[in-house]
Write a protein that binds this ligand. Structure first.
Ligand code: SAM
Ligand code: SF4
Ligand code: SF4
Length: 339
């Protein structure tokens, strides 16, 4: 039987969500995440023997479930580059307390495996798609994969019952803001929940500039002008997206305003890196090595105490503090820690 501890941090935030980054590798080179100049052929990715094994991931997720986590999301890098991911899905859905298992993917490899992932217990999928226009898509994601591959993957996910299918779109000034309405239309036509994400200053490599951020409020105005919207109340604490519904009943959108309207006060999310470091913030500078605990043969009580202790000491609120000074702080890359 699961005994939850329900640990809280220094700002009284519980630990509810865990993002598990299963690899730092990716088959895309999105300009805002893994620019090719910096993630080229010589880039040193994590050696395979340093990655957590599926058994190690499962053991660590069990500890998080005991500490209060109910929702787990697989991410990366590109999670579908990790071989036999369905096996991991099966292991994680069997963990008592993990009520919801989801995945964020670029969709390039999803079509063939969507059914198998659903059968293994994956509940939901979020597919990143920044543009419908083929040239803009290629420019944003710096890939030779055709946008139709991603659109077919979305269909496959829908067919497999990975529902609701969500679409994540990062909007960058001067690059893809003209794609906001076409993406909204796709969501309305297919029933996908499109979530527009403000371009964030994660990591060091994307050369982030504040003037390239398209504020969520502007995105909402653009969609509203084409298809009128009204705000929806949050469904639960810690929800990152502000939700809006179409007045004509054709579904909803979300906007993730991490730059213009930070939501640190309700942030209940921890992140596990591909080598087993626990990060308590997307903008953290250092993680806590849980792999060492697991590989040193420590027992569950030791592992639980480590997870609980890190969360109890947590003070993070980077987005609320974001200033010129924080922009220069050392940070971990998004492709390493997951979005
Ligand atoms: N490769 C998978 C994908 O792209 O869906 C999963 C990992 S990716 C790091 C997770 C999410 O982070 C994606 O939706 C991506 O668009 C988002 N992301 C990456 N860099 C970002 C940035 N600088 N600002 C905002 N979102 C970003
Ligand atoms: Fe890869 Fe996802 Fe980063 Fe794009 S956003 S480079 S798909 S990890
Ligand atoms: Fe959570 Fe850190 Fe993002 Fe704030 S900046 S919402 S604490 S991940």
């Amino acid at each position: 039987m699961l005994v939850r501890v329900n640990v809280t941090d220094t700002r009284d935030r519980p630990l509810r969500d865990l993002r598990v980054s299963v690899t730092d590798r990716c088959n895309f080179r999105c300009t805002y995440c893994m620019p090719r100049e910096l993630f080229g052929p010589d880039h040193a990715f994590v050696p395979r023997d340093e990655l957590l094994t599926f058994e190690e991931i499962a053991r660590i997720v069990e500890a998080f479930a005991r500490a209060g986590v109910t929702t787990v999301r697989l991410t990366g890098g590109e999670p579908l580059l990790r071989r036999d991911l369905t096996l991991l899905v099966r292991m994680l859905t069997a963990i008592p307390g993990v009520d919801d298992l989801a995945m964020t993917t670029n969709g390039a490899l999803l079509q063939r495996v969507a059914g198998g992932l659903a059968d293994a217990g994956l509940r939901r999928v979020t597919v990143s798609l920044d543009a419908l226009d083929p040239d803009t898509f290629r420019r944003m994601s710096d890939t030779t994969t055709d946008v139709h591959v991603v659109l077919d993957a979305l269909h496959a996910a829908k067919g497999a019952g990975l529902w609701p299918v969500k679409v994540n779109a990062v909007i960058r000034r001067g690059v893809n803001e003209d794609q906001v309405v076409p993406l909204a239309r796709l969501g309305r036509d297919e029933g996908y929940v499109v979530r527009f994400i403000e371009y964030m200053d994660v990591g060091h490599t994307n050369g982030w500039r504040r003037d390239e951020v398209v504020a969520a409020a502007e995105v909402v105005d653009r969609v509203h002008a084409a298809f009128p919207l009204e705000p929806l109340a949050p469904r639960r604490d810690g929800e990152t997206a502000n939700r809006y519904r179409y007045l004509d009943g054709a579904g909803e959108i979300g906007v993730i305003a991490s730059v213009t309207q930070p939501f640190c006060g309700a942030c209940t999310r921890a992140r596990l890196s591909p080598v087993g470091e626990l990060f308590t913030c997307l903008f953290a500078t250092r993680g806590t090595d849980l792999r060492a605990i697991v590989r040193n043969g420590e027992d569950d009580a030791f592992l639980d105490a480590a997870v609980e202790g890190v969360w109890q000491r947590r003070t993070d609120r980077y987005s609320e503090l974001r200033t010129a000074a924080t922009a220069g702080m050392p940070k971990v890359e998004m492709s390493y820690i997951g979005g």
